[in-house]
Design a protein around this ligand. Structure first.
Ligand code: PLP
Length: 372
């Protein structure tokens, strides 16, 4: 007789007594699978947007899995990647940088830089040697994304054409880049952007060496992973709009890491229809201020899932601040009780790196699991 192997998954961990501290459950196998689908399906270079999850285990795993370039936005992220994946190329794609930050990137051997206005381009060409790749970031009115990235960065197409022409005229490697907005479920967005990119290149009279189609790829956020094939097909169709054949780059964050993690948070107290959690909007649940909730399972102390008919709850975080609440009501099983755990799926992105220690909270453990 053999004992069946104990599955290492979040529910089993909770059943064994997870303690009080919120737990970030990481499935390296899920990350590997997602990397493999980008690697086999995307028609170009796959890089990782470090800001989505700067966890060292994630960077190291992606590096071991063959990732050769990373999208970074600050000297800190540059140092992190240099330490964990020393041979990787760095794409410094925060289009606003101080001169000191540019110098730090230059010293670290950054391979590619993005830009979205004439003033920032002047700063770059003051400091960078000719030949460096400079990608002009442009924006279009977006559709399909969970929120709009174009509100902060990106030149209008006409200005982008002018910038691209200046990049080439000053002897730098011209490239184009965009971001369709995070959690974008419309593959057509990439096709629209690529068609516009081809038009910008034509207007500038420049052949971009590369086009970076950004991140924005959706995660399932329910433990599964959405099929990326329609997105890659749309990218191929869009890239066909170029007379030339620029190399393609993508830089997924959420689409690569979100479904490799789940997040477990204890219910500290139940008061009528209100519940108080061990974490809230100043911690790992910060995205839910502006972002739809993923699938949530409720795990009772022995490991059983709560299944009673749902009822709406007010969900408070642990701090003494009344803003610390998931907006609206959250529908959860009616038999939820103190000491249960909420298990949020698809929590690999925009949790690490954006949490605070407000009011003494913010501690978190990472537990590796075989499956989520
Ligand atoms: C944040 C960011 C990404 C990743 O976006 P996701 O929506 O998480 O895929 C990619 N590129 C740039 C320049 C970014 O700022």
């Amino acid at each position: 007789m053999f004992d069946a192997p104990i599955p290492r998954d979040p529910v089993a961990h909770m059943a064994a007594g997870a303690g009080d501290v919120p737990v970030h459950y990481f499935s390296p196998a899920a990350l590997d699978r997602r990397l493999a689908s980008f690697g086999s399906g995307f028609p170009g270079l796959v890089t990782y947007a470090v800001k989505a999850n700067p966890d060292e285990q994630v960077i190291a795993r992606l590096c071991a899995g063959g990732m050769t370039a990373f999208d970074v936005a600050s000297p800190e992220e540059i140092a992190l990647v240099r330490r964990l994946c020393p041979g990787a190329a760095l794409h410094y794609n925060n289009p606003v940088r101080s001169r000191g930050e540019i110098a730090a990137g230059l010293a670290a051997g950054v391979a590619s830089w993005s830009v979205d206005c004439a003033g920032e381009l002047d700063k770059l060409t003051d400091l960078l040697p000719q030949g460096a790749e400079i990608a002009v970031r442009f924006k279009l009115p977006v559709a399909g994304a969970a929120y709009d990235f174009g509100a902060k960065f990106g030149a209008e197409p006409e200005e982008a054409a002018e910038l691209l022409a200046v990049v080439a005229a000053r002897g730098y490697g011209p490239a184009l880049t965009f971001h369709v907005g995070t959690q974008n479920t419309d593959p057509g967005a990439w096709e629209t952007y690529l068609t516009a990119a081809a038009d910008i290149a034509r207007r500038a009279g420049v052949r971009p060496g590369r086009v970076n189609v950004g991140g924005g790829f959706p995660a399932a956020r329910d433990g599964g992973a959405p099929d990326l094939a329609p997105f890659f097909a749309a990218i191929r169709r869009g890239a066909a709009a170029f007379d030339t054949s620029p190399a393609l780059v993508c830089e997924p964050g959420r689409g690569l890491v979100a479904d490799a993690f789940a997040y477990g948070v204890e219910v500290k107290s139940v008061r009528g229809s209100a519940i108080y959690l061990a974490d809230g909007i100043y911690g790992g649940l910060s995205e839910f201020v502006s972002f739809a909730l993923p699938r949530i399972r409720v795990v009772a102390p022995g490991g059983a899932l709560r299944t009673a008919p749902p009822r709406p709850r007010t969900v408070w975080g642990p701090t003494c601040d009344s803003l610390d609440r998931i907006p609206g009501e959250v529908t959860l099983p009616g038999d939820l009780a103190e000491g249960d755990w909420l298990l949020f799926d698809g929590m690999g992105a925009y949790l690490n790196g954006v949490t605070t220690t407000f009011n003494g909270y913010g501690a978190r453990r990472t537990v590796e699991v075989d499956r989520l």
